[in-house]
Write a protein that binds this ligand. Structure first.
Ligand SMILES: Nc1ncnc2c1ncn2[C@@H]1O[C@H](COP(=O)(O)OP(=O)(O)OP(=O)(O)O)[C@@H](O)[C@H]1O
Length: 219
């Protein structure tokens, strides 16, 4: 199985604090990988490194995917007061293809509609993002990530705090993306979500768990 991204001895810091230490791991292409670990173990930081938004402080990273990854952050990082609708939020996922503020093509609009449908938020299309429940907003952000149609989809706890039906829907959508040839990496606290992934990475205090190199686990 070829790797979408290979990390070798990667470290990362937040300011003076070292958060990831000597992380050596492969992210398999066209698979769903779950990143698990306790609060503060470095899951979000690792996703930022994979996304290219958080530069490593040491080590090397090799990528085989093309284009920019889609990175869906935790909903708490998105301002409540953004004066945009659900449809506009999902449509921003097309900016990578069209540029900001350009008119969307018919194809873009149909991708946006399809992504809203897949996440069950089409009924909310005209609502303000800031007027949604946390769980609804989380699904809208995932729809925006899908609309990017990236080779690599990175998600920071996409199902945390959602009800069982929404969690099942998200797991199904991630599997569909994988089947279309997307490499998916998601951080999760939920053992069931992690068990459903093709491949797991366990972080403990910023290291791959149990102190070994690349102690990961695939089905
Ligand atoms: N902006 C920041 N500035 C300083 N330290 C930070 C910053 N962001 C995270 N950290 C620290 O880095 C460590 C790893 O944080 P990270 O958010 O990557 O963990 P996590 O596993 O995603 O946690 P959680 O499960 O709580 O989301 C923590 O000790 C955290 O306090």
């Amino acid at each position: 199985m070829s790797a979408a991204i290979e990390l070798d001895g990667v470290g990362a810091r937040h300011g003076v604090v070292a958060v990831l230490h000597e992380v050596t791991v492969s992210i398999p292409r066209h698979r769903v990988t779950a990143v698990t670990g306790a609060n503060g173990s470095g899951k979000s930081t690792l996703l930022g490194v994979l996304a290219g938004t958080h530069p490593p402080s040491s080590g090397t990273l090799r990528r085989s995917h093309s284009g920019r990854p889609a990175f869906v952050v935790q909903r708490s990082e998105v301002a409540d007061a953004l004066p945009i609708t659900v449809r506009q939020t999902v449509a921003m996922g097309r900016w990578a293809h069209r540029g900001a503020w350009r008119r969307l093509t018919r194809e873009d609009r149909s991708i946006v509609d399809r992504c809203m449908d897949r996440l069950g938020v089409a009924d909310l299309a005209a609502r303000r993002l800031g007027a949604l429940s946390g769980g609804q907003r989380q699904r809208v952000l995932l729809a925006q990530g899908l609309a990017q149609q990236a080779d690599l989809l990175l998600l920071d706890e996409p199902a945390t705090g959602l009800d069982a039906e929404s969690r099942a829907r998200i797991a199904a959508v991630l599997a569909e993306e994988r089947d279309r040839g997307t490499t998916v990496v998601h951080a999760t606290h939920d053992p069931e979500d992690a068990a459903g992934a093709d491949h797991r990475i366990v972080l403990t205090d910023g290291r791959i768990a149990t102190g070994g190199r690349a102690r990961t686990d695939s089905r």
